[in-house]
Design a protein around this ligand. Structure first.
Ligand code: ZN
Length: 63
C-alpha cells in the first residue's frame, strides 16, 4: 500500500534528488528537488525520465 509523501527509489543528480511517491490519489508522482540551500527548486513530473532530465539539467540560481 502506497503511503503519500513517502519517497522511494531516491536518486541523486548533483544537488538534485529525484524520488518517486504516491500522491493523494494514489498515483505515482516523480519529484525532482534541489537540496542546495536557498535554491528551493522542486517540481513534480508524471514520468520518471522527465524528472531525471529536469534534475540533470537543473542549474542553481543562487549564485
Ligand atoms: Zn538548485
Amino acid at each position: 500500500m502506497a503511503r503519500p509523501n513517502h519517497f522511494t527509489n531516491v536518486q541523486r543528480f548533483g544537488p538534485v534528488q529525484v524520488g518517486t511517491r504516491a500522491d493523494a490519489r494514489g498515483r505515482q508522482k516523480h519529484t525532482a528537488a534541489c537540496t542546495a540551500p536557498r535554491c528551493g527548486f522542486s517540481a513534480d513530473y508524471d514520468s520518471r525520465p522527465a524528472a531525471e532530465l529536469a534534475a540533470r539539467t537543473h542549474t542553481c540560481t543562487t549564485n
